[in-house]
Structure formats: structure tokens, C-alpha cells
Ligand binder design. Structure first.
Ligand code: PDD
Length: 296
């Protein structure tokens, strides 16, 4: 397996990063996780846009431009002969002496890792996953804005540990004011009486790219959507719950704490529409030709 590290493809076993990298020492860095369908990276421009926004929010200088990074992404896929994959771009502050000041670092570390996509268990889609409402609260926007897709993931890891302890797959976090935010690696949606609800970005969460696709699909299908602040009671009172992420797409939730849900009609509709959207995106990308879209 080959990985991209600072400008070249190298075997994974030879890929080395300094122990003084501030990504390792302080969690100082950013990342993106992307899904590749039949050789096409879904929503690549949007992910790169968010990567650059994260970089701007933490004052990190990405040492190559978007076109070069796009090229590096396709180089990594090609080098490994991957067509259906997930891919992670990680950019850390880079190596430097101890101390928090980013100016101590000599330059960012750029790392791209891709792996064949392993589908989640089928029953996660047919029946749904289990989730808990975590005691761990989501980072305050004014402390560490969840819109920064940051390498400092302890907030989410602490919530994930609660899920694991409860035998669940995902944990949802409230914000400091008791409003629902998101899962540890996913956005949260729920539905009742034909209305689709999702916590507003104002509540302090990552504006997921899959979330955005699902919101557009719902609007196109004339499904009433409410993006707002909601409490735990509204989630418990919902008839359908699902999560979204680049790797999980639209995944139903069958249980939150002691409350059970079915895989409802709206969830099924959005799961199907999302798959159609992916197919249309891939077909359109391929129609534009291999010169733009990497390899055929
Ligand atoms: N996670 N919220 C959080 C905290 C996330 O980490 C993610 C993505 C999402 C969904 O965002 P998107 O739809 O853009 O993938 C929401 C990725 C998959 C990860 O951590 O690997």
C-alpha cells in the first residue's frame, strides 16, 4: 500500500512523521474524510473547500494549491489501483520544537491515506444502529469551533467511549445549553409527522457535506425541513432518526437510549435519493472525461 507524504508516494511501512510534529504533540492540524465511488471522489471540491476553511480558521498554511492537492488525491488512488475507497487527507502543523506557537514549525505535514471501502454491516441500513445521548458535551463554538475539522478529536473520542460502554455505535452530544448538536463522526437528523429536523449549525456542529446534500434533496422533494435548536425530548419523541456522513451516507438509527425507532418512509426515501444522487454525480464526472477526473 502506498501513501502520499509531503509530495511523494511512499510505501506505508516507510512513511515516517517526526515525533516533534505538532499534530502528534498538540493535535494541531486538520483533516477531511472522503468517499470514492468507481474512481470518482464524491464532492471533492466541497471537501477541499472545507479543508481550506479549516486551515484559515486555525491559521495553517497548506503548502500546495487546491489543484495540486486534487492531483495528489488521484495519484494516491491510482498508485493503489483503488476505485471504491475511502480516503483521508491529513494536514498537521508540522515538526518544530516544543511550544504552542505555530511559528515554531518548519512547515505543514501533508498525508493522504486511501483504503478499499469496506461496507458497513447490512443490518445497519436495514434495521439501523444504536446510539446514546452522551454526557460529554460538544465543544463550545467559542472554545473550539466544531466547524474546524480538527485533529484534536478528544471531545468526540470521550463521547464515543460512552457509546462503546453502552454497546452502541454512535453517541449524540448536546451543547452547553442542552441543545442537540451531532454524533461523534456524523450529523443527526430526525423526523416526525412528515417534517425533517436537524440541529442548526448555530448550535455548534460540523456542517457536514452529506448533511448538505440531504438537505438539498429534502427541499427538492418538498419535504418540510426545520433547522433549529432542539432538546433531547424532541429526539426521543421523533418517529425516525438517522445519521449522515461521507462514509456512512444516510444510516438509520433504531435506538437512542431506551427509545426505539423504525426505519421510516422518509429515511428510506432519503437513503434511495442519496444513492441516486451519487450515481448521477459519478456519471456526470465521467462524462467530463478522464483528463479532469483522474483515471478511467
Ligand atoms: N466524519 N460531524 C462530525 C463530528 C464528523 O467528524 C463528520 C465526518 C460529520 C459528517 O460530515 P461529512 O458528511 O462531511 O462526512 C459530522 C468523517 C467521516 C470522519 O471523521 O472520518
Amino acid at each position: 500500500m502506498l501513501v502520499y507524504l509531503n509530495g511523494s508516494l511512499v510505501p506505508l511501512k516507510d512513511a515516517r512523521v517526526s515525533v516533534l510534529d505538532h499534530g502528534f504533540l498538540y493535535g494541531d492540524g486538520i483533516y477531511e474524510t472522503l468517499r470514492v465511488y468507481d474512481g470518482v471522489v464524491f464532492m471533492l471540491r466541497e471537501h477541499l473547500g472545507r479543508l481550506w476553511r479549516s486551515a484559515e480558521l486555525v491559521g495553517l498554511d497548506i503548502p500546495l494549491d487546491a489543484q495540486a492537492l486534487e492531483g495528489a488525491v488521484y495519484e494516491t488512488l491510482q498508485g493503489n489501483g483503488l476505485r471504491d475507497a475511502w480516503l483521508r487527507i491529513t494536514i498537521s502543523r508540522g515538526p518544530g520544537p516544543l511550544g504552542l506557537d505555530p511559528a515554531l514549525c518548519s512547515g505543514a505535514t501533508v498525508f493522504i491515506y486511501a483504503e478499499a471501502f469496506k461496507p458497513y454491516p447490512r443490518q445497519f441500513y436495514s434495521q439501523g444502529i444504536r446510539a446514546v445521548l452522551a454526557r460529554t458535551r460538544r465543544n463550545l463554538r467559542e472554545a473550539q469551533d466544531p466547524r474546524i475539522k480538527s485533529l484534536s478529536f478528544l471531545n468526540n473520542i470521550l463521547a464515543k467511549m460512552e457509546a462503546v460502554r453502552a454497546g452502541a455505535e454512535e453517541a449524540f452530544m448536546l451543547n452547553h445549553a442542552g441543545c442537540l448538536t451531532e454524533g461523534t463522526v456524523s450529523n443527526l437528523f430526525f423526523a416526525r409527522d412528515g417534517v425533517l429536523f436537524t440541529p442548526s449549525v448555530q448550535c455548534g456542529l460540523l456542517d457536514g457535506i452529506t448533511r448538505q446534500v440531504v438537505l438539498s434533496l429534502a427541499r427538492r422533494l418538498d419535504v418540510p425541513v426545520r433547522e433549529d435548536c432542539f432538546g433531547a425530548q424532541e429526539l426521543y419523541a421523533a418517529r425516525e432518526v438517522f445519521i449522515t456522513s461521507s462514509t456512512k451516507e444516510v444510516m438509520p438509527v433504531r435506538q437512542v437510549d431506551g427509545t426505539h425507532y423504525g426505519v421510516g418512509e422518509l429515511t428510506k426515501l432519503l437513503m434511495a435519493e442519496f444513492r441516486k444522487e451519487v450515481s448521477a454525480y459519478v456519471a456526470e464526472a465521467k462524462a467530463r472525461g478522464p483528463s479532469v477526473w483522474g483515471y478511467e
